[in-house]
Write a protein that binds this ligand. Structure first.
Ligand SMILES: [Zn+2]
Length: 126
């Protein structure tokens, strides 16, 4: 298999996995994948990446862009940060994010976490 063809096929894999590739091209890529192990390997990577990204995009607790920065700023102030840090260290990763978000919202008054989700976090901590 020529390297040029592989390069072209692999460049189209992202569109191939998210089904945005035109039908004729899809067919060509599929044909090539059947015969080329290197492109097959690249295809499975792209597919996993795609699945992972859609999972992340669908997650309701995904923090908006810029939130991390405001969290870091917020946690550097001594007021209210100390008890939160203690709670976070022993918690599971997802819960930690929720706690950080809740803390940032309470501190900054951002209102990112609604009253309901703050209540849920508290319930899970008990
Ligand atoms: Zn190939």
């Amino acid at each position: 298999m020529s390297e040029r063809v592989c390069q072209e096929v692999q460049a189209q894999l992202p569109a191939y996995v998210d089904l945005s590739l035109p039908r004729l091209r899809r067919k060509l890529v599929a044909l090539h994948l059947r015969r080329c192990a290197a492109c097959q390997a690249e295809f499975s990577i792209q597919r996993e990446l795609h699945v992972g990204l859609s999972t992340l995009a669908g997650a309701p607790s995904a923090p908006p862009e810029g939130l991390l920065e405001s969290l870091l700023e917020n946690s550097s102030s001594p007021r209210g940060a100390a008890p939160l840090r203690g709670a976070v260290s022993g918690a599971k990763p997802v819960l930690s994010v929720a706690l950080l978000v809740a803390g940032a919202a309470a501190g900054a008054g951002a209102g990112y976490v609604s009253w309901l989700s703050a209540k849920n976090v508290r319930r899970r901590l008990r």
